[in-house]
Write a protein that binds this ligand. Sequence first.
Ligand SMILES: NC(=O)c1ccc[n+]([C@@H]2O[C@H](COP(=O)([O-])OP(=O)(O)OC[C@H]3O[C@@H](n4cnc5c(N)ncnc54)[C@H](O)[C@@H]3O)[C@@H](O)[C@H]2O)c1
Length: 249
Amino acid sequence: MVATEAPVAVVTGAAEGIGNAIARRLAQGGMHVVLADIQDHKGEMAAREIGGTYTHCNVAQENDWNALADDLTARFGRLDVLVNNAGINPAPQDFADYPLSAWRSMFEVNLDSVFLGCRMAMRAMRKGGAIVNIASAAARKPVGDMAGYCASKAAVCMLTKAVALYCGQHKLNIRCNAVLPGSVETPLVDRLRDAAPDPDGARKAAAARHPIGFVGAPSDIAGMVHFLISTEARFITGAEFCVDGGLTL
Ligand SMILES: NC(=O)c1ccc[n+]([C@@H]2O[C@H](COP(=O)([O-])OP(=O)(O)OC[C@H]3O[C@@H](n4cnc5c(N)ncnc54)[C@H](O)[C@@H]3O)[C@@H](O)[C@H]2O)c1
């Protein structure tokens, strides 16, 4: 077992994008961060850079979560924070042509993962802790050709509330909150824009859709997560925080 006095945090989807920024922020705050992802090379590099630990975990797979739980017990004997960040948003698709297989895989990665992660955390956070689920502004503001994404993220918000209530009712001392980002410059968003007929126009239009006039940076989301896991947020549970430049107004 690694002798660490530092609180231990697991951040899923931490090899790049928002998850990577969250992992960095938590490590800067003195936590030992376990970066969980399926991009092993990027994940290992990121873990080395921030002094954390990388683990391969496909968040849609129950076996991978079980292995992660065993690993946490063996290495650290504790878990204090879980950030369910990993998610996918494939290119927009016409609703009438939406394949059931795409719908199901969206829900596996975006929603089943949060269920599996929260369940693991409830078992592993023996002295209590904090869970933050990364949903999306799309949970509140629908996008017609992203039905699966919107629905999966809206479900993450309700799951967050149910988990918070359960943890309170069972005196687990675990808080659970959701963060709903607007557009944030990450590889996920780059891929969506690059697939658009006019990528530059799409970038400008994205900024214009946000009343604040620009899209977010991963650090904007990381700052909110860092606040939510801190003792300053000790009275906050089951809540949703839009970090979206006013997109959902
Ligand atoms: N970027 C945005 O504008 C935006 C807006 C709202 C919500 N979000 C949400 O924020 C989260 C992070 O988004 P991002 O933009 O950083 O995405 P990204 O694609 O840039 O990074 C996602 C990370 O998750 C990992 N990942 C994907 N599937 C996985 C799986 N099955 N198991 C483990 N890891 C997996 C990827 O390897 C990658 O490292 C997602 O849940 C996304 O829906 C993003």
